[in-house]
Design a protein around this ligand. Structure first.
Ligand code: BES
Ligand code: MN
Ligand code: ZN
Length: 502
């Protein structure tokens, strides 16, 4: 997946030769007053559209007009609605940039230059715009042989205000950072978009190895034999129903001068298809369960970014990968499984498979030396009921660790909302025969799943991101086509850079 490199420009926008100069406009802002060149550059069209109310600056509203030619180099100018200036943040900036580049793609406009202006500037602004522009390069229609959505841009630029030119090297770094994070997000989206016949656990592992090798991440794949030797009975239990063998993807970022601790452990759910197993899911919508490895993809792709960005601490990434199928040897409701940690689980619903494989994954992250844990999983429909598709469910403790993850996620554009871990939730997963059961029933389904995972976190600082509602867009938006979102990649990748505050 080659993506276009974003260029950093600091010259006056009127002198940038591009097919589409994008100028963010805030709601109710008399933009032309501050930007004198825009009036002549658009033959008065920009000012006219704003004065007449044709262009108001509402979020994702666009007004496109030809450039005047002559000394004015841009072929077209797009005023890009950025909403109210008071509500503007890096998340909105990223989304406006994506929407602009997607608009250009749809119109087959090859060169786009985005002018940075407004409350978010400097390196943060440059990074957010770069990420946004790169994110627009993702295509969902990989397997179409006929006409596909417009080609990705041939030239992408971010224009920083001239007073930032002195800080050129910081801005160059921000472009590089945004590029890596945007590309890594797109790689995770490509994984989640793959159908399960083409992305089996073995193929997932092979591709993870390729990505790791290309980005300097140490990688090891545990096959079914090693998984059995380690005693990962929860993962093996889920894998029993499938003819495809399970894998565990083990990734390590070990910078030479890193402190011994902390070690961040990232664990991602890697179910390449979730039929529900013997507790089989209804047919309607089941095809969506090909993305049940979105958490695992986020971990693999975040590890890529962590290595390329040279994160200062050690990080391990663990992705247990398997199908959840109802084959003749499948686990059955009532079965008891023994985890690698020694805890036993009564399986009362084979569709609650994510927490099973994550239990062994969290244990293995600790074996690899993790001192701080984050897991990411398309875990529960209940989380989608609770928060809808607008926020990831965030669980964890202590509160400080959970708050750290939330703050990093907010800035990265992966909004999450804190959910409780009351001890009483454990009452719903008590078992008569084993240490716990794997389903707490309908009430508080996201919370009982989280309390199950907590049993495998070994008392370490741990956060759990339930991305069941946020991994996939059911509807297209100006900034996000229908399909995989690449949720949590940037959050996981940015987290190690905040370690001094842990
Ligand atoms: N992968 C699903 C969760 C899911 C549902 C993700 C909808 C995305 C959209 C998970 O494995 C699952 O089946 N969870 C069950 C748990 C229940 C059986 C306790 C669920 O949410 O119904
Ligand atoms: Mn399931
Ligand atoms: Zn699942």
């Amino acid at each position: 997946m080659a993506s276009t490199d974003v260029r950093l420009l600091t010259e006056p926008p009127a002198q940038v030769s591009t097919d589409l100069l994008v100028v963010p406009v805030f709601d109710g802002e008399p933009v032309v007053e501050g930007l004198s060149w825009i009036e002549s550059g658009t033959n008065g069209e920009a000012g006219r559209a704003i004065a007449s109310g044709e262009m108001r600056g509402r979020l994702y509203e666009f007004f496109v007009t030809p450039g005047s030619g002559g000394a004015f180099k841009p072929v077209r100018v797009a005023l890009a609605g950025a909403g109210k200036a008071a509500d503007f943040d890096s998340e909105r900036l990223r989304k406006v940039a994506t929407a602009s580049a997607l608009l250009a793609r749809g119109r087959k406009i090859p060169r786009v230059a985005f002018m940075l202006r407004g409350p978010i500037g400097g390196a943060d602004g440059v990074q957010a715009v770069t990420e946004g522009l790169v994110l627009a390069g993702f295509s969902v229609d990989q397997y179409k042989t006929g006409e596909r959505f417009g080609p990705a841009a041939t030239e992408l630029s971010v224009i920083a205000p001239p007073h930032d030119a002195g800080a050129r090297s910081a801005l160059e770094k921000a472009v590089e950072r945004g590029q890596i994070l945007g590309e890594s997000s797109n790689l995770a989206r490509a994984f989640a978009n793959e159908p399960s016949n083409l992305l089996t656990p073995r193929v997932f592992a092979d591709r993870a190895v390729e990505i790791a090798r290309a980005s300097g991440v140490a990688v090891e794949i545990l096959d079914e034999g090693e998984i059995a030797r380690l005693g990962m009975g929860l993962l093996l239990g889920v894998a029993r129903g499938s003819v495809e063998p399970p894998r565990v993807i083990v990734l390590r970022h070990d910078p030479p001068r890193a402190p011994k601790t902390p070690v961040l452990g990232l664990v991602g759910k890697g179910i390449t298809f979730d039929t529900g197993g013997i507790s089989i899911k209804p047919a309607e919508g089941m095809e969506r369960m090909k993305d049940d490895m979105a958490g695992g993809a986020a971990v693999v792709c975040a590890m890529r970014a962590i290595s390329l960005l040279q994160a200062p601490i050690r990080v391990v990434g663990i992705v247990p990968a398997t199908e959840n199928m109802p084959g003749g040897r499948a686990m059955k409701p009532g079965d008891v499984l023994t985890s690698a940690s020694g805890k036993t689980v009564g399986v009362i619903n084979t569709d609650a498979e994510g927490r099973l494989i994550l239990g062994d994954g969290l244990w293995y992250a600790q074996q690899m030396g993790a001192t701080h844990l984050v897991d990411v999983a398309t875990l529960t429909g209940a989380c989608v009921v609770g928060l809808g598709k607008v926020a990831t469910g965030l669980f964890g403790r202590p509160d400080g660790w959970r708050n750290t993850v939330q703050a990093v996620a907010q800035k990265a554009g992966d909004r999450c909302w804190p959910m409780p871990l009351y001890d009483e939730y454990f009452d719903q997963i008590r078992s008569e025969i084993a240490d716990m059961v794997n389903s707490g029933g309908r009430a508080g389904g996201a919370c009982t799943a989280a309390i199950f995972l907590k049993e495998f976190a070994g008392g370490l600082p741990w956060a759990h991101l339930d991305i069941a509602g946020t991994a996939w867009a059911d509807e297209g938006k100006p900034f996000q086509p229908k399909g995989p979102i690449g949720i949590a990649v940037r959050t996981l990748a940015e987290l190690p850079f905040t370690y001094e505050q842990w």
